[in-house]
Ligand binder design. Structure first.
Ligand code: GLN
Length: 305
């Protein structure tokens, strides 16, 4: 690729007209009021070179993108035992759906829907002395920014509207698949979702998924190469909720979205990417962000399929 920066600028220009056609996440009031006219993209290669365009330096709420990093922390502790308590099948349902928990006896479909992520937080709570601190420390080390923190206002706003996530957690508890105090785990989850990072930091932080589990400076082996393959497989099939099939079709990369409008995508062996634009489509994924990744994947000829 001759001039990646130029390509990124062009992609952003092309998708800008989509702004105005989606909706910011209304169910968390602190996220609903964000300025929708923001769009940024960053790519990091496995040698640490970063390319970016647009609002790539503006911090945003990472929301469900945190689920990739909490799963990675949990895999390190529990190894493959994780898969006894959470599945690895796409749900085909909204990210905060309860329906399948009832029919599947409290076992969440995958670690990237809310039920699965809450379960992973419960597992971390059982075995980590300070899971919130450990997650922040991991993100700080991987991104190289030691000032990354949680936006307390967003975390509070999510806690004030957490009835559905509480219902999900209690349903799992009723099936004996949730060990800790529900409120404690909900607080921890809300703190993870409310972490603020920008596109450049998130692209750098997720490079281990393109780089056999290793951080850019090789100081942190976040996961084994074997686990990375598995996490990428689950990202490719489940990372964009009930739009995972469409994302595989259009973009063809392992990816994870959040209702803050961020999406990370992995080009195995080559790049990690983060795109951000706050307005979401029906499935809760960034509208302009998905379109930008589709164009980028074409430009880099990087679909894994
Ligand atoms: N904090 C959000 C929630 O639990 C995260 C969801 C998301 O980003 N899809 O509802």
């Amino acid at each position: 690729m001759k001039n990646i920066n130029e390509t990124l600028e062009k992609i952003l220009q092309k998708v800008t007209p989509l702004i105005g056609q989606g909706k910011t996440a209304a169910y968390i009031p602190a996220l609903a009021n964000i300025n929708p006219n923001q769009l940024g993209i960053a790519i990091c290669d496995i040698n640490g070179k970063v390319y970016s365009a647009g609002d790539a330096n503006t911090p945003f709420s990472i929301q469900s993108i945190c689920k990739v990093f909490t799963l990675s922390l949990a895999l390190k502790i529990y190894d493959s035992d994780i898969w006894q308590r959470v599945g690895r099948e796409p749900s085909g349902q909204k990210f905060n759906s309860l329906i399948q928990l009832e029919s599947e006896q409290g076992i969440p479909r995958n670690p990237f829907i809310n039920a699965g992520a809450l379960l992973i937080c419960d597992m971390l709570e059982s075995r980590c002395s300070a899971p919130n601190y450990q997650l922040l420390e991991l993100l700080r080390k991987l991104s190289g920014n030691y000032r990354i923190k949680t936006d307390a206002k967003v975390a509070r706003s999510e806690m004030q509207h957490s009835a559905r996530n509480a219902a999900v957690a209690y349903l799992m508890k009723s099936y004996q698949n949730f060990d800790n105090n529900v409120e404690t785990v909900l607080e921890s989850y809300a703190h993870h979702c409310a972490i603020e990072m920008n596109c450049i930091e998130l692209a750098k932080a997720s490079i281990y998924l393109a780089n056999k589990g290793s951080s850019l400076d090789s100081k942190v082996q976040v996961l084994s190469a074997e686990h990375v393959k598995k996490v990428n497989a689950v990202l490719a099939t489940c990372g964009l909720y009930d739009a995972s099939g469409d994302f595989a079709f259009r973009v063809g990369l392992p990816g994870k979205s959040g209702v803050g409008g961020g999406i990370i995508a992995i080009i195995p062996g080559r790049y990690s990417v983060c795109v951000w634009s706050p307005e979401l489509n029906e499935a809760g994924n960034s509208l302009a962000g998905t379109a930008a990744l589709e164009l980028l994947s074409q430009a880099l000829d990087s679909s894994v399929f």
